[in-house]
Write a protein that binds this ligand. Structure first.
Ligand SMILES: [Zn+2]
Length: 140
């Protein structure tokens, strides 16, 4: 069973932390590192990986500091992100510990935007509505 928590970040963002019963955690879109490190220390979590939905700095700004702090973690995201990470494409499947994510391309907010589905949870930023809206606008 997974537990999902959010950390308020920067001005109006959230960083998502998905954890399991072994206190292992996957971090989604860390726009900054400090609040994530504090959260991990507070709840005694063991971070296994980071998933990134798109390249904007308010979703990736904490990656380098987190990788320096937790050198064992694997980082995944779309190829539009100019960082040394594992690149994913539509319909990939990512397994991080016992977490399993289906990768869904949802271009719109950015061209390379990815969403991640892990049973019961869809991580996508504010994507679906905005992405579809842009597609509709571009078609009009
Ligand atoms: Zn963005």
């Amino acid at each position: 069973m997974y537990q999902l928590n959010s950390i308020k970040s920067l001005k109006d963002n959230y960083i998502w932390i998905l954890s399991n019963s072994y206190n292992q955690a996957v971090i989604i879109d860390p726009g900054e590192a400090g609040p994530v490190i504090n959260y991990i220390n507070q709840y005694k979590l063991f971070p296994l990986g980071i998933l990134l939905t798109h390249h904007h700095i308010d979703h990736t700004g904490g990656v380098c500091e987190l990788k320096a702090q937790y050198q064992h973690i694997d980082i995944y995201g779309p190829s539009e992100i100019d960082l040394p990470i594992n690149y994913l494409i539509n319909q990939d499947k990512v397994c991080i510990g016992n977490f399993s994510f289906d990768v869904i391309a949802i271009p719109g907010h950015t061209l390379g935007h990815l969403a991640y589905y892990c049973y019961l949870y869809l991580f996508s930023f504010r994507l679906v509505a905005e992405g579809f809206l842009r597609v509709l606008i571009n078609k009009c």
